[in-house]
Ligand binder design. Structure first.
Ligand SMILES: [Fe+2]
Ligand SMILES: [Fe+2]
Length: 376
């Protein structure tokens, strides 16, 4: 007779938690239930309801100097026509099964050469791009064409027709893509469509969205907007950085994040898309934040400067263009390495999901003056 693997039984010797010892009679009972596609909750309850979130993701730092050459090499290896999108994606060792960079968020580095155009498409996943290098990149979203430069942030929301390209007089461009593909797949709600003409027409003056919606404190008198995402599809670096500099003169900042501003939908003041939020934060010269943890998964890109972050006791040194992730409920703190220059971190996250589902929770690190002991 072949012996079968031991049954799962996650016992905890704590009042209120499941703690049932196996007996021959119970093991036979479990076998019976299995025949009817059923099982006893008390054998798995402690596993499926942990005391606190247990992220399968691990903190990772992706150094741009490690990945940049491989991203550029993909240009010689595959065409955008054949690949659809020419992307090297960030594959968290704990989330390979769902191709996530962290939690339920996907991210990748995409490259396009001057004159290249990717076909227009739409999907249920919400997407964003953060431009890393190059000149001449553009994105068209539902007929709105946007020109893009380094550190610009652009939305391609759920359901919109969108396509990307680089003008023929530009230079090779690399940007970071961020999507909620793993989340939408987990919810079994993902649709994908290729535009019937493969390319869409530009229906508005170039960069009309920033002209209309990118004016602080002012809203256009025409053009009502009620969609679930921001009508300001592009957030440029220069006004974002200027806003951070101005805010830094008026605030002490957050003990956990320094000077942080959220990118928002100018109509609602809420997040830029229904499932993905984004922010830019400035760590002032010499600034070191205190540690905290919260629900929600975060992907950071270093937009400016150098420094380090401590995530779950492990130190990650970063410089401009590096990307790192903070899993849900992981302790994290940040430090600017320069005593004279500020450092800026771009972040996108699933906070809108956490907030709208009532799942956001946050905690400060209490010991050691708010800073984690570094163990790795
Ligand atoms: Fe897309
Ligand atoms: Fe945080």
């Amino acid at each position: 007779m072949t012996s079968r693997p031991a049954r799962e039984n996650h016992r905890e010797d704590v009042a209120g938690r499941a703690n049932v010892e196996d007996t021959p009679e119970l093991l036979a009972y479990y076998d019976d239930l299995e025949r009817f596609d059923a099982a006893a909750l008390w054998t798995v309850a402690n596993k499926i309801e942990p005391w606190a979130p247990k992220s399968a993701s691990v903190p990772v730092l992706w150094r741009y100097r490690d990945l940049r050459d491989y991203v550029l090499r993909s240009v010689e290896l595959v065409t955008p026509e054949k690949a659809g999108r020419r992307v090297v994606y960030l594959n968290n060792p704990g989330r390979r099964d769902v191709a996530a960079a962290v939690g339920w968020l996907y991210s990748g580095l995409q490259v396009m050469h001057p004159g290249e155009v990717a076909s227009a498409h739409a999907h249920s996943a919400s997407a964003l791009r953060f431009i890393m290098e190059g000149a001449g990149a553009y994105t068209i979203v539902d007929g709105h064409k946007m020109t893009l430069g380094a550190n610009d942030f652009v939305l391609t929301p759920n359901g919109t027709w969108h396509e990307h390209g680089v003008s023929s007089d530009g230079t090779p461009c690399i940007w970071q893509d961020g999507l909620d593909i793993p989340l939408v797949n987990a919810l079994e709600a993902n649709f994908y469509a290729v535009h019937p003409d493969l390319q869409q027409k530009v229906g508005y003056p170039v960069d009309d969205v920033t002209s209309a919606w990118g004016n602080p404190g002012l809203k256009p008198s025409t053009g009502a907007w009620s969609k679930g995402y921001s009508p300001l599809l592009k957030y440029e670096w220069a006004p974002t950085y200027e806003a951070l500099r101005r805010f830094s003169r008026a605030t002490d900042g957050s003990a956990f994040d320094g000077v942080l501003m959220n990118y928002v939908n100018p109509v609602t003041g809420g997040p830029v898309m229904q499932t993905i939020g984004a922010s830019m934060q400035m760590l002032r010269p010499g600034e070191r934040t205190r540690a905290h943890r919260h629900t929600g998964s975060f992907i950071y890109q270093v937009a400016k400067g150098r420094g380090h972050s401590v995530i779950e006791g492990k130190r990650f040194d970063w410089t401009e263009r590096d990307i790192f992730c903070v899993p849900s409920w992981a302790w994290h703190e940040h430090a600017n390495a320069s005593a004279s220059e500020d450092a800026c971190l771009f972040t996108f996250n699933d906070l809108p999901v956490m907030h709208s589902l009532g799942l956001y929770r946050e905690e400060a690190f209490g010991d050691n003056a708010g800073q984690q002991p570094v163990t790795a």
